[in-house]
Design a protein around this ligand. Sequence first.
Ligand SMILES: NC(=O)C1=CN([C@@H]2O[C@H](COP(=O)(O)OP(=O)(O)OC[C@H]3O[C@@H](n4cnc5c(N)ncnc54)[C@H](O)[C@@H]3O)[C@@H](O)[C@H]2O)[C@@H](O)CC1
Ligand SMILES: Nc1ncnc2c1ncn2[C@@H]1O[C@H](COP(=O)(O)OP(=O)(O)O)[C@@H](O)[C@H]1O
Ligand SMILES: [K+]
Length: 489
Amino acid sequence: MRRITPDRPWPLHGNAGSRALEARTAAALPPNALMQRAGLSVARLALALAPHAQRFWLACGPGNNGGDGLEAALHLARWGKQPLVSWLGDAGRLPPDAQAALQRVRAAGIALADAPPGAHDFAIDALLGLGSARPLEGRMAEWAERMNSGGTPVLAVDLPSGLSADTGRGGGVRATHTLSLLTLKPGLFTGGGRDAAGEIWFDDLGADLAAEPPAARLIPQPGVMARPHDSHKGRFGDVAVVGGAPGMGGAALLAASAALHAGAGRVFCALLGEPMPLVPGQPELMLRDWASLDLAAMAVACGCGGGDAVRAVLPRVLSTARALVLDADALNAVAADAALHPLLAARPARGWSTVLTPHPLEAARLLGAATQAVQADRLASAQALADRFRCVAVLKGSGTVVAAPGQVPWINPTGTAALATGGTGDVLAGLLAARLAAGQDAFEAAGQGVFLHGAAADRWPVGHSLTAGALAKALSPRASDQAGIRQGC
Ligand SMILES: NC(=O)C1=CN([C@@H]2O[C@H](COP(=O)(O)OP(=O)(O)OC[C@H]3O[C@@H](n4cnc5c(N)ncnc54)[C@H](O)[C@@H]3O)[C@@H](O)[C@H]2O)[C@@H](O)CC1
Ligand SMILES: Nc1ncnc2c1ncn2[C@@H]1O[C@H](COP(=O)(O)OP(=O)(O)O)[C@@H](O)[C@H]1O
Ligand SMILES: [K+]
């Protein structure tokens, strides 16, 4: 068992993959062994998290997730703790493993209540796991609410009850810790999952994770891109930011600043239709008329604050830029103008890379769907975007998803709601363009870029508000170096 950190590209398995691995693992073990392992693991983590707690409330549901809770109660009782078991199952309809656990609990003389205890020191949520099929209601909803408002730590068994393993939708219990069993589930890391799950722990219970293809992977900590002594600015590539329509120049300048701080060799900025401003404090930026830029020789970030003006430049951008990040108004223009789609679709055949960086509303426009539908299954939505436009799609938000045709999607474990402030998306676009300019593969650049963008927010000092301008400056490779980001992926 271990706490999950982004030290490797952890495979994530959804409901079907987890069930397949469960069947495979259980088949190689004596009856009930898997659930007994699960129960022991839950009890050990509960004890480690709260060594001085006495009263452990175990809220156990009607299936095997409840069975895990019952097995945990047996261990806690053996270790001299007081297990307070509330159970809302039906003995006649229990699956066999949970039935065996119930008999063992009864044989041990542990009482089963049909209501929560009056007081407890620690709560274990074993109401629902993979079998969660509909929103919590009735007693289950009441018990979940009791855990949420109980003022104690809450350890969710396998999943916070009500949360979809596949999508991170739904929910009910808001755990402080989740012990994911057999597999790590994508729903823990995206959408509502990160808020519901708290700190994530994992026990594979002996499963061979490689035996089942993952639905996604967690982005691991990238290594620092080496800058050899014998190098010059040409080696790190040129970035051009094309955007910043009247009144929105700041967005383009933020992207340009991010590209600069992320290590691009030279950064050009073309503001659409606005007189050339001076950029105080950022003299390194080269402000140019967009028509004068040799887009074929640069990585281009297009659309940051582009307004309607970006529509006019997109045909040339799409048919000349070899490495391209499309953000914000460029995405809205693509969504609104089907005539641009063939230009976008023609890019992969020319060996050119494209990264789309929509937030959920922009993704919804591109897919012709509602934002809610996009958020309801973020992995599927990102994959649909990638497949439709044959590019790398970065669906932003909590647990950003990075998808590409024929690839296992990434989910980003870094970043917080501190990023929910104007301009941080422009910063991401500039950062990704800098990585493309350095010659990185687009899928890898997108994955590593979103990781570093979120990581910069994660190490933001408490009490200092995060602004996009300051975030851009915190992207320097040395800043992540100081935070110990050294391992390769
Ligand atoms: N079979 C085994 O030996 C093992 C099972 N494991 C556990 O088993 C879990 C999966 O077990 P199950 O497939 O039995 O599923 P669950 O225990 O998650 O729930 C299934 C039951 O809940 C009911 N249900 C679903 N949604 C409900 C709702 N909103 N309100 C009320 N009832 C609802 C279903 O009708 C069904 O009776 C995993 O998440 C994991 O915790 C693992 O620990 C590994 C070992
Ligand atoms: N709650 C959150 N948790 C993690 N990351 C977030 C959260 N909210 C926003 N972000 C990140 O902040 C950035 C915001 O981008 P975007 O919505 O395009 O903002 P803007 O258009 O103002 O630049 C994205 O990288 C997104 O993933
Ligand atoms: K649970």
